[in-house]
Structures are given as C-alpha cells and as structure tokens.
Design a protein around this ligand. Structure first.
Ligand code: PHE
Length: 460
C-alpha cells in the first residue's frame, strides 16, 4: 500500500479527541458508575485508576507507537514489524474483535437513538415507574424497531468513516467531544443540586475497603481495558494517522484522563438522581435496565417538579449516550475498514461498505436475540451476551497481553525508545518504567485476569 496516499489527523488536538472519542463510550456512562457503586466506591476508583496508569497507559503507548511507526492497519502493522511470524494474528484477532464488538454495540447504540427520539417526543412524561419496564421490553422484543435502529446507527457510522480520517473522524470528534463535555457538566450540575444528592455522592465515593477482593481488582482491570478501547488495535489504527511529532506518552495520558473524567462525572449524574428518586441500586441494574428502565423513570421523578427540566435532562442524557456511542462505533468500524481496504487493496469506500453490510447482518442476529431468537442459546447465553462475553472478556485481554509481550520482548528496545522520545527530541524520564511494565507486569497481570475469568484459576 502506498503510504503517501494515507491521510493523517490534521492536528494534535484532533488526534487526542478522536482517540478519546473511541475510549469514551457506553462503557463510561453506564458500566463504570455501576461497578464503582457496587464495588466499594472510592476504593474501587483507586484500584481502577491504578489499573489505568499501570496497565492501560503503557499498553496504549504500545498501540500508539506500533501504529505510528508502521503507518498501516493493525494486522499490517504486525506483518511489517515481524515479517513471516505468527504475530500478524494478534492484529487479525483485533480486527475480528472490532467486527464482533461493532455488531453488538450498535444494537445498544440503536436503543440510545430510539430513547433520544422518545425523549424528544416527550414520551416519558406522565409515566410511572411501573410503565418503563414494559416500554423497554416492548421495544427490544419488537424485531423491526431494534433492527432498524441498529442499521440506522451503522449507516451513520458508515457515512462518517467514508468521509475519511480528517474530514470525517477528526472533524466529527472535534465538534462532538466538546459538546459531550458540556452536556456532561450541565447534567452533573443539575443532578448534584437535587435534594438528597449527597446520599448518591456518598454511594459513589465513600471508600469501603471491606468490599475489595480479588474479584473486584479483576473487574477494575477488565473495565479499564474495555473503557480505554485497548487490546483490539483501535488505538493502533488511529495512531497510524498520527503525525510524526505527536507526543505518544502525553497523548496516552490525555486520553486516559479524559476517559476517567467522563466516567466519574457520569457517576455524579446518575447516583444523585437515583437516590433522590428513592431507588435502590440492585444487581439488576448491571444490565441495560439502568439506562433504559431505571433512569428514564428517575429523571421523571427527580426533575418532575419542573417539567421543562425533566424534559431537557432526558433529551440531553440520551443524546449524550448517542454521541458517546457514535465516536466509539466509528473507531471500531475504522479498524476493520482500514484492514479490509489496505490488506485487500480496495478503495476505502468499497471496504467500508463491505464492513457495514457484514456487521449489519451479524447485528441483526444480535438485535433479534432479545426477541424472536431469545431461545437460541450457546453456552447458556444468547448471541448478544455470547459476543459481549467472548470479545470483551477474552479477546481484548488476550490482545492486550500479546501486545505487551510483543513490545516488551520481541521489539527492539531502540525502536521503542526512538518512538516514545520522537527520535530523541523528547525527554521521557518514565521510559524504563514503561518498558518494565510491558515486559513483566502487564503480561502476568493480564494472564491472571484471563485464567480467572475462564475459571481455570482461582486467585481468591
Ligand atoms: N471504549 C468504548 C466504551 O467505553 C468501547 C470500545 C471498546 C470502543 C473497544 C472501541 C473498542 O464504550
């Protein structure tokens, strides 16, 4: 593939916002607050932040320099750095993970779009708590609606990806990410000002060290991986569009800080409102029910005394989810599109079309697994849950482990040093620490999570 024809991000800010857009997604707004609330509040946040810094940032830096150095898609990157070896399979596994995650993530993303439509149409007004489970189950089990929204979401993603790196992905991220921050802060302020908000903040932040166990540490690591979009070459692909003067360490730090900030702010939106409305957080809220059953009802009750406010909060919240999901689906689509286009020498538009069609077909099965295919189960899970389990609990950690082994053991140290210091022009005092983590800490820690998740090893 001729590198001269490859586009780059136009600015460093654009590159950071695009990568942060990939990282910030449904994982931050819905999964993080619940995990935190249930796993010891601030105690969990401390462990999560430690995982982000000790595992997340070094692996993100690896993905960044592999991508920027090779200037190609993630599978091509390993082929270039380790020709004739099986390392290319790490990249290919990443592409497969991107394909699978995009297929089921778009289903939930489609739900956020339907809920934005319902919020705009003021359809939650006057509904009681008992109505929301019915609204949700009627929607997801309706084969047409959830399939159509999934396909619609895939098409919007497609349109942005086809426009290219600079005028599609970068431009969209530069507009949408600041919009997302503004919405996040406005919603958090509304929620914190509610009467009784302090109980929600306490639930989120009060450290309860007695809840910390091996399982909680493992959850924190898994959450960090998914939330930072690590292990499947998303960030490697984006970094292949970085300019040569991008500071890799600083970019990784910025992306991790933005991602963590959004996650914590989401907790400040959700819990004060939930406690104000007198809800108890239960283990049922782990699934999509928090976003689509509990919260619409919570917003009605918490802000119901001023109808315009409950309307505004609902619309903004679901729109926030749409934006967060979209910047993530774009990054997954790009991993697969860059691979198909470059490895099979195909124009970008044609590659993107193939990816959109193929993911939509698989997405249909995922969407229908809440309706007509609900009884079709493999290993006791419906297709949607199976894909989620396999991709995020197995493929991402395996990918991350191999990325750290590849950089820590296979790659030449000089190449790593040159990349991280931009050929000696940057002073990077933590370089040896990063290499130590990639060589020893990351592979061992991830192997422990994995074996534990597969039930092959029990640590506690
Ligand atoms: N990081 C995204 C989120 O938090 C999900 C994601 C995973 C995106 C893997 C890209 C790759 O929702």
């Amino acid at each position: 593939m001729n590198n001269n024809t490859r586009e780059n991000f136009g600015s460093k800010l654009g590159a950071v916002l695009a990568a942060a857009g990939s990282a910030v997604g449904l994982g931050n707004i819905w999964r993080f607050p619940i995990e935190t609330g249930q796993n010891g509040g601030a105690a969990f946040i401390i462990i999560y932040v430690a995982c982000v810094f000790l595992l997340g940032i070094p692996i993100m830096m690896s993905e960044f320099f592999i991508g920027r150095h090779t200037q190609t898609n993630t599978a091509g990157a390993y082929r270039k750095l380790a020709p004739g070896t099986p390392w290319k399979w790490v990249g290919r596994l990443g592409v497969l993970s991107g394909f699978i995650i995009l297929s089921y993530y778009s289903v939930v993303a489609g739900w956020t779009a339907e809920y934005t439509r319902l919020a705009i149409g003021n359809c939650f007004d006057g509904k009681s708590a008992a109505d929301f489970p019915t609204i949700f189950s009627a929607f997801v089990s309706n084969p047409w609606k959830s399939v159509l929204w999934m396909v619609a979401f895939m098409l919007i993603t497609h349109v942005i990806v086809v426009r290219g790196v600079k005028s599609g992905i970068e431009k969209f991220s530069k507009v949408m990410m600041p919009a997302l921050f503004v919405i996040l802060v406005v919603l958090a302020v509304c929620s914190i000002m509610l009467p009784g908000a302090s109980r929600g903040i306490e639930f989120l932040l009060k450290p309860d060290f007695s809840k910390i166990s091996g399982a909680v540490v493992l959850n924190a690591m898994g959450q960090a991986f998914f939330s930072l979009s690590l292990g499947l070459g998303c960030l490697c692909t984006y970094a292949s569009y970085f300019r040569s003067d991008t500071n890799i360490g600083k970019t990784a730090l910025n992306v991790a800080l933005i991602d963590t900030f959004v996650a914590i702010m989401s907790g400040f939106i959700i819990f004060p409102a939930v406690f104000n409305a007198g809800y108890a957080i239960s283990s049922n809220d782990i699934g999509p029910s928090l976003l689509f059953i509990t919260l619409p009802s919570v917003f009605q009750q918490a802000f119901g005394s001023i109808p315009m406010l409950s309307y505004g909060v609902s619309v903004l919240f679901y729109f926030l989810l749409v934006v967060a999901a979209l910047t993530s689906t774009i990054s997954m689509h790009e991993v697969v599109t860059a691979y198909v286009s470059e490895e099979f020498n195909m124009p970008r538009r044609k590659a993107a079309t193939i990816v959109t069609i193929a993911c939509s077909v698989v997405g249909v099965f995922c969407a229908l697994s809440f309706g007509p295919f609900a009884d079709f189960k493999l290993f006791g899970m419906n297709l949607f849950d199976l894909f989620d389990y396999v991709a995020s609990n197995i493929f991402l950690p395996v990918g991350g482990m191999f990325i750290s082994i590849f950089t820590g053991w296979y790659l030449d140290k000089k190449l790593i040093r040159d990349e991280i210091t931009n050929n000696g022009t940057l002073r990077v005092p933590y370089l040896r620490f990063v290499i130590f983590i990639l060589r020893y800490f990351a592979p061992i820690a991830i192997a422990i999570i994995l074996l534990n998740q597969l039930g092959l090893f029990s640590w506690f």
